[in-house]
Ligand binder design. Sequence first.
Ligand SMILES: *Cc1c(COP(=O)(O)O)cnc(C)c1O
Length: 421
Amino acid sequence: MCEVSMNIEHIKKVDPVVAEQIEKEFERQQNTIELIASENITSEAVMEACGSVLTNKYAEGKPHKRFYNGCDHVDVIEEIAQKRACELFHMDHANVQPHSGAQANMAVFMAVLKPGDKVLGMDLSNGGHLSHGSPVNFSGLYFDVKSYGVDEYGNIDYENVRKMALEHKPKLIICGASNYSKIIDFKKFREIADEVGAYLLADIAHIAGLVAAGLHPSPAGYAQFVTTTTHKSLRGPRGGITMCDEEFAQIIDKAVFPGMQGGPLEHIIAGKAVALLEASKPEFKAYAEQILKNAKALAQGLMDEGMDIVGGMTENHLMTLDLRKTGKTGKDMANVLERVGITANKNTVPDDPQSPFVTSGIRLGVPAVTTRGFKEDDMTEVAKIIASAIFSSDNELGLHNLRERSLKLCKKYPIYMRIGG
Ligand SMILES: *Cc1c(COP(=O)(O)O)cnc(C)c1O
């Protein structure tokens, strides 16, 4: 056991089984290179907020309009979180209660749509999110969804989005993605939405940290609705936020509660408040700048090693390796990467010949390793480890040596050094 770890003394006493798994998970995080693009390593301050007495409090309703007494302090905290979200993302109104990104989107659906209404969103297998209209999600089950995709170069074909919008006349258009490595043109999306009288929802779950730092164009002023997760590049606790223009504030708040959620998680809302403050600081801007540098270094390193990347050079924090020419699958190679101490997820590539469970791609993102302190040189080493692991995935001794190399990088940049150490 690492001598530095989160303080879980009480769990150890009460529930050693769970405590053991938390410790093991801490070690796993400490000793693996996290390239899952949607993950990050939140601060000690955020974690303290999330583990605080606020978890004891019921606070259904909005600040100063609660259904429970004793809400003076959570009211202050929630209002601070709202204000910080509005300032950081330049939006009129923020509801910080959604429990997750999917809920943040659901609130917009509930606020402006009736079941059966038409929605135009990005296809899941092309980089969209489940909650943008996948047939297995509420968004696809209860609404009439048409999906747009990307072209062979991995770019959104805006002319095609426009054509589909004109043909289907959706009431809501969704932009924003879980796996898209290019800048999103919010202005173009708004023009298309205006042309057909649709609302625009920009889901910035992945790029929120870059938007907050001014390193990706903001959807403010273009999208009437902006949703985000707080735990991805924004580096806060696991949760969501729904933001909107002033005129929609009431219907969004009603959609969140009582529409689709019960009591808010005030401990997580406190974590969101802390994270939003952190994200407004110059240090966070430097962090976001390093994300972009690291992503470029990783993509360049992989291409130098002879690997293909969907759409070539990334413009944000993530990229998808295209394994088609190697004859290997995303599923198998994600498992091989795990064996060498790198966590990533399999992902479809455009026109993937494999099923979504197998895939021909692997999605890689750098927000978590950038938080650890990785710089461009380290990303070049990571690229070499990934390429070697994939090209010689049958070489046991080789994989063992690669595991040693990734471990060395992890030791160079430990996480949560200051806690209990
Ligand atoms: C991650 C993500 C979500 C959902 O977030 P959860 O917190 O997992 O519900 C929604 N939209 C996009 C674009 C995402 O990437």
